[in-house]
Design a protein around this ligand. Structure first.
Ligand SMILES: [Mg+2]
Length: 363
């Protein structure tokens, strides 16, 4: 097989800030304007192609440099669309960590194998895809209350909003969001911001006064002692969802004690195969499930969408926050994910935007 890749800077429509970047100091507090990603292409000798994408996250010790270093370590001769399980295992065994880099190769392998089987990815994985079953939330990053209200007003198409909290201005921010979107369904993501169980409970009790907040994501750091997570779960008036605490299927046992639900992202699980495992493990343990994302192009978002039938919630909006998305795939009109207008046929069902190239091309 031939392996090629391309670095690409996704440009954010608005600067993107969450509690973690804000806590990193004044320089980072303004948020980021660009998310570097790496697109990957595998080509078999018969011309069958598979595409993938890595959106590396510093929270998990990855960057575009670590992704490229990982890709340089791959011997593509060991990869083959016809022996998918062996190829996926070969990618996983190359080095510990590097989940975003593995994610790109894993998706490319599954894409190529699905194309060869003549099936869309979801069918190849034994799943359906229910048109419009879920509405994805649309995320509003941390900003001044005025700018958060303006972002909410611009997102009137989306029936559910996910609000990033965990800054000193949380109360004013939530008030501004509420005034801009009365009665709208909201989800809250604190990204590990609340330091101890008492603070987390105080914040969640305040949030619970709003009857239209569905759940709170990752109130405390992933390193919080399990006893404190269980203490909070026993008292929380709102369901708690694990994101940073649930990176892969293997973490499911610890997560059930402290959370009601999990947020599965392909860049954390190392791609589609790990995402499938993480969703199935969570459901088997009685947890509710959501598919989430980083800032990603429509390639990676569409890959995740193929697993949507295994979820209770969706948060696949990373591509909607980007102004120069090079790919077209799943659409999200009024938040409802649809493959109706995606390129027909097999594999991921994506193509380059604007006519240049096709579903086999890098930007
Ligand atoms: Mg989150």
């Amino acid at each position: 097989m031939k392996l090629t890749w391309r670095r690409f800077d996704l440009e954010l429509r608005n600067r993107w800030t969450i509690s973690r970047t804000q806590a990193a100091g004044p320089e980072a507090a303004g948020g980021c304007a660009i998310q570097p990603v790496v697109f990957v292409r595998l080509e078999a000798p018969d011309g069958t192609v598979g595409l993938g994408e890595a959106s590396p996250c510093r929270r998990y010790q990855e960057s575009e440099e670590t992704v490229e270093n990982f890709l340089r370590s791959v011997d593509p001769v060991r990869l083959d669309f016809d022996s998918l399980e062996d190829s996926l295992a070969a990618v996983r065994s190359l080095a510990p960590g590097n989940s975003a880099a593995k994610c790109a190769l894993d998706i490319a392998l599954v894409d190529g194998a699905s194309r060869r089987a003549g099936q869309p990815v979801h069918a190849f994985l034994g799943l359906g895809f229910t048109e419009g079953r879920h509405a994805t939330s649309f995320s509003i990053g941390i900003d001044t209350p005025e700018r958060m209200a303006a972002k909410v007003a611009a997102a009137s198409e989306y029936p559910i909003l996910k609000i990033k909290l965990g800054s000193p201005d949380d109360e004013a921010a939530l008030r501004a969001v509420r005034e801009a979107a009365p009665g709208r369904r909201l989800r809250v993501d604190a990204n590990e911001a609340w330091h101890d169980r008492e603070e987390a409970l105080r914040q969640i009790e305040r949030l619970a006064r709003d009857p239209d907040i569905e759940f709170v994501e990752q109130p405390m750091p992933a390193a919080t002692p399990p006893g404190d997570l269980a203490w909070l779960k026993a008292r929380s008036p709102l369901p708690l969802m694990a994101d940073e605490s649930y990176q892969q299927a293997g973490a499911v046992e610890g997560v059930t004690e402290g959370f009601h639900a999990v947020n599965v992202k392909l860049v954390k699980t190392g791609g589609l195969s790990g995402g499938l495992e993480a969703l199935k493990a969570a459901r088997a343990a009685g947890l509710q499930t959501m598919l989430g994302c980083m800032i990603e192009s429509s390639l990676l978002i569409t890959a995740a969408a193929h697993l949507a039938d295994l979820t209770d919630y969706l948060d696949l909006d990373g591509n909607l926050l980007v102004g120069n998305d090079p790919y077209v795939g799943v659409s999200a009109g009024e938040g409802r994910l649809s493959l109706v207008d995606a390129p027909a046929g097999e594999g991921l069902r994506v193509r380059l935007r604007g006519g240049a190239g096709d579903g086999s091309s890098l930007p």
